[in-house]
Design a protein around this ligand. Structure first.
Ligand code: ASP
Length: 384
């Protein structure tokens, strides 16, 4: 492989450029459809990738109309991020813009359309990180902010902290005059029925529908609220692991971007796992686990069963491997196809880019909603 030497001003960038370009993997896993072309492109061009979650069962049954709806949603979110970069905006603004579009979209498990905790509330998590400065902000278990990613950024920019959680984070959001919404805003019938089904499968009581939400539509099949056997007293009952507590579903959202100055950023937003115990926090808002960005290595946004990402510090680990000389694709594939499944039950995917190489992705699930665009190229959208 020819080692190209990009025209970079500082030594660190020079070294990283050379290492990354010299270590492009010779074979790509079938589940990681990034092309050699994308991985090998080195430039100061802007680039962005987004994801809308990874999962299994939903892809087995997806009809053409549903796939088209996801395609349109991903296209819109990618365009919002790309527009920021096209006008020479910051990577940080681009990832926030893309994620906000996905948070507003009821198809995804973030913001409107978020999953439900076992008490029937939405507890949303989000994180954002600026690779240029290593500044980061995150929130967990927030319930009323229309755009949790904007709250994460506000924590980053207006407090000395990295992370705020629960009622304190909600109060901070109100004090900062971020847009607040009631539970009925975040509610979608599709997500509620998915939640109710998981509660029944795990032998737990389905809680009452959130305040302000209308009665259950009569036509929803299998929507009676009785559990199959004697019910555990929700919401803090711990369900048995068979059926698995981690009935992972698609829909977490994230973005990574590089701006025309060569800086990178990452953002992730989620409602978490359906039927989680109230107070459970996943990987998405944890810096280094589901979200990470450093101009010295890479930007990562992940999706999958958060407990495994946390135990592997997965996002930071990918960036460490990149710092050590692996290509982003090699590093991501190692973590997603070797380390993650090495922990029984570890499933999910990531999107990754570096200051000098274009976005790639890797997932060990049947499907992952994802899209990317590189300056001068057409958007690329994948619904499966
Ligand atoms: N990683 C998220 C969590 O564990 C869920 C997901 O990505 O689907 O909360």
């Amino acid at each position: 492989m020819i080692c190209m030497i990009p025209l970079r001003r500082n030594l660190l960038s020079f070294t990283l450029s050379c290492v990354v370009l010299c270590t492009i993997p010779s074979a790509m896993n079938a589940a990681t459809p990034a092309t050699d072309k994308a991985d090998a492109t080195s430039s100061h061009h802007w680039a962005i990738a987004i994801h809308g979650g990874a999962g299994e069962s939903e892809w087995e049954h997806m009809d053409a109309a549903t796939a088209a709806a996801y395609q349109a949603s991903l296209t819109k979110a990618l365009a919002a991020g790309a527009a920021v970069l096209q006008r020479k905006g910051k990577a940080l603004d681009a990832v926030e813009a893309a994620v906000e579009v996905l948070e507003d979209d009821p198809l995804f498990n973030a913001g409107r359309g978020a999953a439900f905790a076992a008490d029937g509330t939405n507890e949303m998590d989000a994180a954002i990180m600026d690779g240029a400065t290593l500044s980061a902000g995150s929130v967990a278990a927030v319930q009323f902010t229309r755009h949790p990613i904007a709250l994460a950024r506000t924590v980053m920019e207006r407090t000395p902290y990295v992370m705020m959680v629960g009622p304190g984070a909600d109060a901070f959001s109100r004090a900062q005059r971020l847009e607040q919404q009631p539970p009925s805003f975040f509610f979608t019938e599709m997500r509620w029925q998915e939640f109710a089904s998981i509660m029944r499968q795990t032998n737990r009581t389905v809680p009452p529908r959130p305040a302000g939400v209308g009665p259950e539509p009569k036509a929803v099949p299998g929507s009676n609220t009785a559990p199959s056997k004697a019910s555990l007293s929700a919401p803090f009952a711990i369900p048995s692991s068979n059926p698995p507590i981690f009935a992972h579903r698609f829909g977490t959202v994230g973005a990574v971007a590089r701006d025309s100055e060569g800086h990178i950023a990452a953002a992730t937003s989620t409602g978490g796992m359906q039927g989680k115990l109230p107070g459970r926090v996943g990987d998405s808002p944890l810096i280094g686990d589901g979200t990470y960005a450093s101009d010295r290595s890479c930007a990562v946004s992940g999706t999958g069963v958060g407990e495994y990402f946390i135990r592997l510090t997965l996002a930071r680990e990918i960036c460490t491997l990149v710092e050590q000389g692996q290509s982003p694709q090699q590093a991501a594939d190692h973590m997603i196809h070797t380390e993650l499944p090495g922990l029984k039950g570890g499933e999910g995917g990531v999107i990754v880019l570096t200051p000098i190489s274009d976005p790639i992705w890797s997932s060990n699930t049947l499907g992952m909603f994802r899209a990317r665009q590189i300056e001068g190229s057409a958007p690329e959208i994948h619904v499966k």
